[in-house]
Design a protein around this ligand. Sequence first.
Ligand code: TYD
Length: 207
Amino acid sequence: MKQGLFITFEGADGTGKTTQIAKVASWLREQGYEVVCTREPGGTKAAERIRELVLDAELAISHKTETLLYLAARADHITQLIRPALQAGKIVLCDRFSDSTFVYQGSGRGVELQTLKMLDDFATSSLHPDLTILLDGEPEELAIRRNARGVVDRFELEGLAFQKKIREAFLALAASEPTRIHVIDALQSEENILDEILTDLQRLLAK
Ligand code: TYD
């Protein structure tokens, strides 16, 4: 493998992305691949500092500030971690990436999509995922999982209507890029979800 593979995981809060990323990583390592697991916002020292800021629900920040913070974190993440790992031939598994910006800051906050795409291209130097797994589920069901976890961040305070809008935006994005974005039902068993992801991955690895 010359260039590595960049795989991102997207979906609303509580879809089980983190669990699946860990399982996919173990499977890939068993197959002999070098894997880097990371997340957004975050993944590097500077980006993790920005994460603390942007997810702090007590800080009143504007939508523009929020957008630029996510993108600032991404620019550091790409430069310091993702691109070097891909250049070393590794497989990078990332919990959230540009699609989250298009959905949360675009549909969620009303920032114009064209502006977001331009800023995102600047932040990433146009590095796009090879495959994106979208874990999709009914917001009501996902809310039950979230509450069980007991974590509340800026978006988790927004309520069900917001979560529904986010879900629709993710699905619309997936429909517009069906080759890259694969939608998987997040409410089925963890084993079935993993099976579906691994089927997608095996197809990609065989290319
Ligand atoms: P996190 O605690 O990682 O939640 P999750 O388990 O849902 O991934 O919080 C990340 C939050 O940041 C999540 O609510 C989505 C939001 N986000 C954006 O709004 N824009 C972005 O570009 C990214 C990467 C995340």
